[in-house]
Design a protein around this ligand. Sequence first.
Ligand SMILES: [Zn+2]
Ligand SMILES: [Zn+2]
Length: 185
Amino acid sequence: MKRIRCQECDGNYILRDGKFGVFAGCSNYPRCRSTKKLYEVVLEYIRIYGIGIYRWDRECWKCKKKTAVYSYYLDYELAELDEFFNSGLPAVGLGDLAYIDGLLSQKYATIQKRYSNTTHSSYMANTCSHCGALQGRNYVVEDPHEIVEELWHSRGMDKFWIETIACPDTSPLVSDIKRIYSQAP
Ligand SMILES: [Zn+2]
Ligand SMILES: [Zn+2]
């Protein structure tokens, strides 16, 4: 069982919905009043457990050949830590964490920076290994979470796991994690 240990006692942090939004408090509350911000718990999780990378094959919408797509599903992994991560916290995948996206694009040639006319910005996305077409439901913005929605609910994604990227130094991730999890409900 994955846990984030309390820094002040033998408890672990669990998420609570407080007056000022979601925060992490010690499981031994009220005996222990240690708290952490949501984004700090996420960074701690990544420092300890790394970020899992998943791969699956899908049919390219354009050339109809099978091509591999990759992403991480940080919110899926965090859900193992605390059920609270299942309830409305942001989905985090390819395109959300610039540092991890950079590492993946160096490793997997089909992960490339593309420009979206819809969002008017550049982002990392999966492309077809045969024809180069962007792989996504709307063919414009890649949202890997749409593709695996069913697997998500059945917790059946483990068979698509290919590696975990270790991240003992989370400093390159701080700004993205802070941005994503400070806006969380
Ligand atoms: Zn504690
Ligand atoms: Zn193709």
